[in-house]
Design a protein around this ligand. Sequence first.
Ligand SMILES: [Zn+2]
Length: 148
Amino acid sequence: MDVNYLPVLRIRQYPDSILYQRTPILCFTKGEAYADIADILSKTLLLAKGITLSANQCGLPIRCFALRDKLIRKVFFNPEIIEMHGTIEHVEKCLSYPKHSVIKSRHKEIFLKAEDPYGVEFGMELSGKASIYAQHSIDHLLGKDLRK
Ligand SMILES: [Zn+2]
């Protein structure tokens, strides 16, 4: 699909209640494809100039987030951290809390297991900001309050 013809989603901000609801794990057994969701989430992230964006930040109760940095442009469905190394303190900003920034302790590097929009499993090693904001996005998908 040509991303230019897609609308974008409205990013929900504090105190929207969808931010505090744990998203259900997606079941791909019925053969659904979520390619359109992946495209529209990626486009919204691009226009918002963020690093990651979770579907529930856009009002969609779906367990997935988009990641965009210099090297990686990817959408992770059912993301799960399998391995982690090191810790780092980091001042985090969030598109859903534009007036807050919070110091968080994160893993420096993670290995993430996830599925693509068709339910095909893949793994990816992330470091730097990609690792930090992937952990941030997984917190969103679990309904955590990012100010804490
Ligand atoms: Zn956030």
